[in-house]
Ligand binder design. Structure first.
Ligand code: CMC
Length: 431
C-alpha cells in the first residue's frame, strides 16, 4: 500500500508523497500539485506550510519542546553559554575545547568595525532607531570585506567561517556604537581579552575614565538571554533570511533583511512593547486586570504583549527559563521592579482566564526578557537589537543551509489574484 496522500479535486485524484522528518513530523509534498492539477495550496501566513527541510532546530509546540541540533534548550540554558551555543547552531555539533578556543579567538579578533565605517554612524539623527542603524550597518559589512559578499554562494561559502565570525562579533559592536552615538557618548572600543558578553557590556557602559566590569550574575544573565534567542526555526525573520539568501544574496545582505523582519512588534519588537505595556499599566494604577479585559475585547487594538505564539500551544520553554532567571537576577542585584509584580499578576490572571485558555495563549520569551534587560541597564530602544544579536547564529546557520543546497531553488510563492479583471487603458483626456 502506498504511503502517499490522496487529494481529490472535483472528480480527479492526485497522489502526493509524504515527507517524514527525523522526529516523525509529517508533511504532504505539494510541490508538483500545480503542474498536475493547475491548483496551488493556499495558506496565508504560512501557518501550515513547511518552506524547507532544516537540520538546525526542532520545535514541538504542543509539548513545549525546543532543541538546537538535538540538544534540549533547558540543558543548554543550564550549562552552556552563548558562544558555545552559537558554534553548535552554526557548525552542527558542540565544539571541542580547541574548536571553542579558535572560534572565541576569531570573534575577539573581528570585534572592531572598520574606521571608515564609524563615520557612517555620524550621519544618523540622534534619535534614529538602533534597529534601522543595525540593519544598514550589517548589510554594509560586506562592502568592507567584499571577498565575503560576492553573491556567489560557492565563493561566499569558501570564506564562510570568517564571514560568520564577523557577523556575530561585529553585530554586537555596531549595536554598542549606535547606542553610544545616540547618547552623544564617545565610542568605547572592544577589548580583545574580554569574553563576548562582557565585551558588549564594556562597549555599552564603560567610559574613558571608568571601566565597566560586568558582575558574574549580569554576565550570566546576558549569556542566557542571547542563548535563548539563538535560533527558533522558521519564524518571520529567519524565513526572511532564507528568502533573501535563496536569490543568491550574501550572508550580510540576508541577515540584514532578517533584522528588518525582526523589528516589528509581533516578532522581536514585542520585547519593547511588553515593557511599554507594563509601564503604562503601572502609570495608570492598574494591577493588570483592566488591561486584560481590554486585550480580550481588542479595545484600541490592545493585545497582551509577550503572550501567544504561532507554534507554542502549551508553554514556551524559553519563557519558563527566563522567568526564573529574571527573578534570580533581580534578587541578586537587589532590584525591586514594579513591572515584575505586574507581569506576575498578568500571567497568573491570564492563565486562569477562559479567553487565553481557549486560544492556548501562554507567556512567550518576550514576556520577561525586557525586565532582565532593564535590570542589566539596557535601554528600551535597544531591546530588539539584543534579540538580533542573539538570533545572529540562527540566521547564519539558515543562510548556510540555503547557500549549501545544490538543489536549492529561489523562494517564490504564488498567490490568488483578487484584483480587477482585465480592463482597457483609458488615456487621461478621456477619463
Ligand atoms: N493578546 C490577546 N489576544 C491574542 C493574543 C494576545 N497576545 N495573541 C493572540 N490572540 C488572539 C487573537 O486575537 C485571536 O483571537 P480570535 O481567534 O478570537 O480572533 C487568537 O488569539 C489567535 O491569534 P492569531 O493572531 O491568529 O495568532 P498568530 O499565531 O497569528 O499570532 C502572535 C501569534 C505571537 C503574533 C500573537 O499571539 C501576538 O500578537 N502576540 C503578542 C505579540 C508577541 O508577544 N509577539 C512575540 C512572539 S515570541 C517572539 C518571537 O519569536 O517573535
Amino acid at each position: 500500500m502506498s504511503n502517499d496522500a490522496i487529494l481529490k479535486i472535483k472528480d480527479k485524484e492526485y497522489s502526493l508523497p509524504m515527507i517524514v522528518g527525523s522526529e516523525g513530523e509529517t508533511a504532504v509534498d505539494a510541490r508538483k500539485l500545480r503542474n498536475q492539477s493547475g491548483c496551488i495550496t493556499y495558506d496565508e501566513g504560512y501557518g501550515n506550510t513547511g518552506s524547507c527541510q532544516s537540520d538546525v532546530t526542532y520545535i514541538d509546540g504542543e509539548q513545549g519542546i525546543l532543541r538546537y541540533r538535538g540538544y534540549p534548550i533547558d540543558q543548554l540554558a543550564l550549562d552552556s553559554d552563548f558562544v558555545e551555543t552559537a558554534f553548535l547552531i552554526i557548525y552542527g555539533d558542540l565544539p571541542t575545547s580547541e574548536e571553542r578556543a579558535v572560534f572565541a579567538k576569531s570573534l575577539n579578533e573581528n570585534a572592531s568595525v572598520h574606521a571608515r565605517m564609524l563615520h557612517l554612524f555620524e550621519g544618523y539623527p540622534r534619535d534614529a532607531h538602533p534597529m534601522a542603524i543595525l540593519s544598514a550597518m550589517v548589510n554594509s559589512l560586506g562592502c568592507y570585506d567584499p571577498h565575503l559578499a560576492t553573491n556567489d554562494h560557492k565563493r561566499d561559502l569558501e570564506n564562510f567561517s570568517e564571514a560568520a565570525a564577523i557577523a556575530i562579533s561585529k553585530v554586537r559592536t555596531i549595536a554598542a556604537v549606535s547606542y553610544r552615538m545616540s547618547q552623544g557618548l564617545p565610542i568605547i572600543y572592544p577589548k580583545i581579552e574580554l569574553p563576548y558578553c562582557d565585551n558588549f557590556l564594556h562597549m555599552m557602559f564603560s567610559d574613558p575614565y571608568r571601566e565597566y566590569l560586568a558582575t558574574p550574575e549580569v554576565s550570566r544573565a546576558l549569556n542566557l538571554l542571547l542563548l535563548l534567542h539563538a535560533d527558533h526555526e522558521q519564524n518571520c525573520s529567519t524565513s526572511t533570511v532564507r528568502m533573501v539568501a535563496s536569490s543568491g544574496a550574501n550572508l550580510f545582505a540576508s541577515t540584514a533583511a532578517g533584522i528588518c523582519a525582526l523589528w516589528g512588534p509581533l516578532h522581536g519588537g514585542a520585547n519593547m512593547a511588553v515593557i511599554q505595556m507594563l509601564e503604562s499599566i503601572h502609570a495608570e494604577g492598574d494591577d493588570g486586570s483592566r488591561f486584560i479585559e481590554a486585550a480580550k475585547s481588542g479595545t484600541g487594538g490592545k493585545r497582551l504583549m509577550g503572550f501567544g505564539h504561532r507554534v507554542y500551544k502549551n508553554f514556551d520553554p524559553r519563557a519558563k527559563i527566563i522567568g526564573k532567571a529574571c527573578e534570580e537576577l533581580l534578587d541578586s542585584l537587589g532590584i525591586e521592579d514594579p513591572c515584575l509584580d505586574i507581569a506576575r499578576h498578568l500571567e497568573s490572571a491570564a492563565l486562569k482566564d477562559d479567553y487565553f485558555i481557549e486560544r492556548k495563549l501562554y507567556p512567550n520569551v518576550d514576556f520577561y526578557s525586557g525586565i532582565v534587560m532593564r535590570a542589566i541597564g539596557i535601554p528600551l530602544n535597544m531591546f530588539t537589537v539584543m534579540f538580533a544579536i542573539g538570533r545572529m547564529p540562527g540566521w547564519i546557520a539558515n543562510w548556510k543551509e540555503v547557500a549549501s543546497n545544490p538543489k536549492g531553488k529561489i523562494y517564490r510563492p504564488r498567490q490568488i489574484y483578487t484584483g480587477p479583471v482585465k480592463r482597457d487603458y483609458v488615456s487621461m483626456e478621456k477619463r
